[in-house]
Design a protein around this ligand. Structure first.
Ligand SMILES: Cc1ncc(COP(=O)(O)OP(=O)(O)O)c(N)n1
Ligand SMILES: Cc1ncsc1CCOP(=O)(O)O
Ligand SMILES: [Mg+2]
Length: 208
């Protein structure tokens, strides 16, 4: 199985955003190094999630980029995505692994070492860890954990740690220094005036 990409683009489906245009721009720059996580609003229907995920799987395929589906694992299976991502309000990690099968990419959210180890023991192949920094993209999050919180999880597990929450190209170096394997971003790409350029800047910081 190819190694996990270091740049995770999490789709922004809020009103006024254009997730497909952002995915196209990022794929053109990052190609196989991109992981696209299809994340829709909680109020979206399964049909809407299925339609968007199917289009993104088709966009990713020629680039051999990885496509994951957030939360809705039945959608991931239905569109033949590469895997999924689950957190505390979703299927437990062991159940998610049973649903997706042994070869799928499965990520789990963990904010601290004990939960991180439990998620890995239950079958997570990577961890999404945060919020690293303040973000206005998702409500109700706990306080940011910063690079020190990333380091604590990195030291506790042997799977890739993907830092999430308020990540920009400027904050990547400190997260990498803390041991993050990669980053997941919503706003840094979806609100960028030039998403292709923003992708290139993030990738440069992730690979230098
Ligand atoms: C890479 C990555 N890390 C964390 C999350 C957050 O997942 P979760 O805690 O389940 O919250 P929602 O995204 O479902 O609102 C993620 N999606 N991706
Ligand atoms: C889904 C999620 N989980 C923790 S932070 C976050 C949102 C990250 O969005 P942004 O990159 O715009 O801060
Ligand atoms: Mg979730």
């Amino acid at each position: 199985m190819p190694s996990l990409g270091r740049l995770h683009l999490v789709t922004d489906t809020r009103p006024g955003r254009d997730p497909l245009a952002v995915v196209r721009a990022a794929l053109g720059v990052a190609g196989p190094d991109l992981v696209v996580q299809v994340r829709v609003e909680d109020a979206a229907t399964d049909r809407e999630a299925y339609d968007l995920a199917g289009r993104i799987v088709a966009l990713c395929a020629p680039y051999r980029a990885t496509c994951l589906v957030n939360d809705r694992l039945h959608v991931a299976l239905a569109v033949r995505a590469d895997g999924g991502h689950v957190g505390a309000d979703d299927l437990p990690v062991d159940a998610a692994r049973r649903v997706l099968g042994p070869d799928a990419v499965l990520g789990a959210t963990a904010r601290e070492p004990v939960a991180a180890r439990a998620a890995v023991d239950a079958g997570a192949g990577y961890l999404g860890v945060g919020p690293c920094h303040h973000t206005s993209t998702k409500d109700g999050l706990p306080d940011p954990i910063g690079p020190a919180g990333i380091r604590a999880v990195v030291d506790a597990v042997d799977v890739p740690v993907i830092a999430i929450g308020g990540v920009t190209a400027a904050t990547v170096p400190a997260l990498r220094a803390a041991g993050a394997y990669g980053v997941a971003v919503v706003g840094a790409l979806s609100t960028a005036a030039d998403p292709a350029r923003a992708t290139a800047e993030l990738l440069r910081e992730l690979t230098c």
